[in-house]
Design a protein around this ligand. Structure first.
Ligand code: ATP
Length: 699
């Protein structure tokens, strides 16, 4: 256990002076804490510890570690311990009716009694077949699992806290990055958001530069990151960008979910080498990996092997083979990849017995033992799980037992940590609200520049405006119905268009928002305001172009004041419908559902807008009061025609516009009320969108 006092031995200032744990060269230069962990020393003697196999990598790791020395400043080494971690979920058992009602729910255990320890300077790899629970365990240890876990997980003897959260980096399996930003922009914006406000912008940019240089990304500084549909940098480079984003904060604990998947072996090796170097700098690094090569395996300090959510081994990587040998599982060949061997065991595949020609009697004895052992995969797994439980190192048990006590005692101190009175007395946010807003606004504008100024969008608006101008070419009051039709078209077109654009906003941004918010990068409010302010230019420029073209071509009142007021009403309508789109997107968080609901809503608003149906039955008349198109349409007519305005209602006859049937039924009154209602809707929809985002975060 490490008390706060003890752990303060690693306090940043002291650490900066004392430097990193020494890297002295092979064979002594193992991780700083190199005592054996598990399985029991009864099974594998500590004297069997073998550093030689790691020899080649130590020098390289030392090299990488020294490269990253610029990150030492605020390092706060963390010992991660976890004991008997159990995690279950409730699932429907699949025997439901085709309507999906009344599905029986059952509990499924994903993790079952997982125990282990990772100390500063160590690289712990979690191995296991697909679906064995590696990602779930990693997410749980990183404090990001939504449900409750049973068991004990401590960080320097304390439970998870907001302080630990800020010292923790997590790199997910899928790279969650903005595809249209360059590598340089991605890392620089991350630095601006994640590094403390005490550093100047220049210093933060320099930090991003250094991370780029050390991860070999400098040459790709100006390349787009790309994604599934947009070709950008390579998969390995993208992975390094993701790692770089976490390195910027100099995490004491770094979790990586399959950082090498999909990469060639050389790139994978380079990445693991980098991670090992980072670990040697005093960090605790935990990663999951599917099928490491022998070379990769040799770089791990510790491994934890999971089989169906239960551990079959947790301890030093270079002792795993001896451990399994000591409980009777020996590979058939001398030169087997340990990872392949462990994965076979985790899958319940018993290794073929190796024939020992020098000791045939011994071999026969082993064959007899072998015959007595279970053969089917489930029994083999069960036998391995039980062996692991039996052979847990007593020293570790005692150590974690102490931890359990400190966990109880630590509740108070955990509170102090999370309330900001922690070891470094830091506030919850590293940057101010305004800085977050500013950086997020700039980043959003850069990311969406292609979308905002896309030729296709501009072409769409230009072509519709010219078409409308031609269709309504110089319409005048002799064709009142046509002219009113143009005003209604404005209300509808500028209701649909922004609504459908806005619906995609939050469902599309959700993965990045979740990732960045869970790293405590910024407040939700600063993100939200940056997003809506960032959308403004394009939301306002396009309708302005549209109205300017179609208004004058369409022969509406040739008065600058009327034109300006018309434009204002349309811009208000645009902001309102955008707000509704944001709210629908945030509530449903699903593009398909959002688009369906939006089309139904807009159809209702269109029909209840006052143009098509002038005499609605009283039981449905209320619909028009919730339709913002109705208020917009009323305002456009109120702005266009004065009370005394006349139109040609027959050959040589003039009537009051206010008596025109389609206008009369709108019962135009004081326009201030319509404006007030639209403004209330505008604020209400946006507030609703914000609240929906907040609620989503809680679930
Ligand atoms: N929220 C969930 N709902 C349903 N099943 C879940 C959930 N979370 C995890 N599981 C299940 O738990 C098991 C472990 O999942 P996990 O992603 O941790 O495995 P893994 O070892 O990381 O797999 P892989 O190597 O394929 O990524 C899987 O069978 C998965 O389907």
């Amino acid at each position: 256990m490490m008390s706060p006092q003890q752990s303060s031995n690693f306090a940043p200032g002291v650490h900066a002076v004392s430097g990193l744990p020494p890297i002295t060269g092979c064979p002594e230069n193992g991780p700083p804490h190199s005592e054996p962990v598990m399985p029991s020393s009864r099974v594998v003697s500590p004297s069997l510890m073998d550093h030689d196999s790691n020899c080649d990598y130590e020098a390289a790791s030392a090299d990488v570690s020294s490269k990253f020395s610029f990150l030492r400043r605020s390092l706060y080494p963390v010992t991660l311990k976890f004991q008997d971690v159990v995690y279950s979920i409730i699932v429907s058992d699949g025997e439901s009716s085709c309507f999906g009602t009344g599905e029986p729910k059952t509990s499924r255990t994903i993790l079952n009694g997982v125990t282990g320890i990772a100390r500063p300077g160590e690289l712990l790899a979690m191995l296991g077949p697909s679906g064995s629970g590696k990602t779930t365990l990693l997410t749980a240890l990183a404090g990001r699992l939504p449900g409750k876990i049973a068991g004990i997980v401590t960080y320097n003897g304390h439970p998870f806290s907001s302080y630990v959260k800020r010292k923790t980096g997590i790199v997910t399996q899928d790279d969650v990055l903005y595809p249209h930003l360059t590598v340089g922009e991605t890392l620089t914006y991350a630095a601006m958001l994640r590094l403390p406000k005490e550093l100047t912008g220049q210093e933060k940019a320099e930090q991003a530069e250094m991370v780029m240089a050390e991860l070999g990304l400098s040459a790709r500084r100006h390349s787009m990151v790309g994604g599934p549909v947009l070709r950008g940098v390579s998969g390995g480079e993208r992975k390094r960008v993701s790692i770089g984003q976490e390195l910027l904060i100099n995490p004491s604990l770094l979790f990586l979910d399959e950082p090498t998947s999909g990469l060639d072996s050389t790139t994978a090796q380079r990445i693991v080498m980098t991670l090992r170097g980072l670990a040697r700098g005093g960090r605790t690094i935990v990663m999951t990996i599917h099928q490491p090569s022998t070379r990769l395996y040799q770089m791990f300090d510790k491994v934890l092997v999971l089989s169906d959510g239960s551990p079959i081994y947790s301890g030093r990587a270079n002792r795993a083979m001896e451990y399994f040998g000591s409980i009777g599982y020996v590979p058939a060949f001398n030169y087997v990849n340990p990872a392949d061997f462990l994965l076979d065991l985790a899958n319940g595949i018993r290794p073929v017995m190796k024939r020992d020609n020098d000791h045939p009697q011994q071999h026969d004895h082993e064959l007899n033992l072998e015959a007595a052992r279970p053969n089917d995969p489930n029994s083999i797994k069960q036998s391995l799980i039980s062996s692991f439980k039996r052979n847990l190192d007593p020293a570790l048990k005692a150590e974690i037992g102490q931890n359990a006590m400190s966990f109880q005692d630590g509740r108070q101190s955990a509170k102090a940590w999370s309330s900001g009175r922690g070891p470094r007395n830091e506030s919850k946010w590293t940057t101010t609200w305004w800085d977050q807003f500013r950086v997020l606004l700039c980043r959003g504008l850069k990311e969406r520049r292609h979308e905002s100024y896309s030729g296709l969008r501009i072409f769409q608006v230009l072509s519709v405006s010219v078409l409308a101008g031609l269709l309504w070419w110089h319409s005048d009051t002799s064709n009142m119905q046509d002219q009113i039709g143009l005003l209604f078209f404005y209300a509808i077109f500028w209701g649909f268009f922004p609504l459908f654009n806005a619906i995609f906003t939050f469902p599309q941004e959700r993965p990045i928002l979740v990732k960045e918010r869970s790293s405590g990068m910024y407040r939700l409010s600063s993100y939200y305001f940056a997003r809506i302010v960032g959308d403004l230019p394009m939301e306002l420029v396009l309708p302005t172009i549209f109205v300017t073209i179609s208004y004058w071509m369409g022969g509406l009142k040739p008065s600058l004041a009327t034109f300006t007021l018309t434009l204002m009403v349309i811009l208000l309508n645009v902001l309102l419908s955008q707000g509704l789109g944001l709210a629908l997107g945030a509530i449903l968080m699903d593009v398909k559902q959002g688009a369906t609901l939006a089309s139904v809503t807009m159809l209702v608003f269109l029909l209840a807008g006052g143009y098509y149906i002038q005499h609605m039955p009283s039981f449905a008349a209320w619909l028009k009061y919730i339709s913002f198109s109705y208020y917009c349409y009323k305002l456009l007519i109120g702005v266009q025609y004065s009370k005394a305005e006349l139109y040609e209602c027959g050959p040589g006859m003039h009537c009051r516009v206010m008596d025109f049937p389609a206008v009369k039924c709108l019962s135009l009154g004081d326009m201030h009320w319509d404006i007030a209602i639209m403004v209330i809707m505008l604020v209400g929809y946006r507030f609703l969108a914000y609240m929906a985002l907040r609620m989503r975060e809680l679930h």
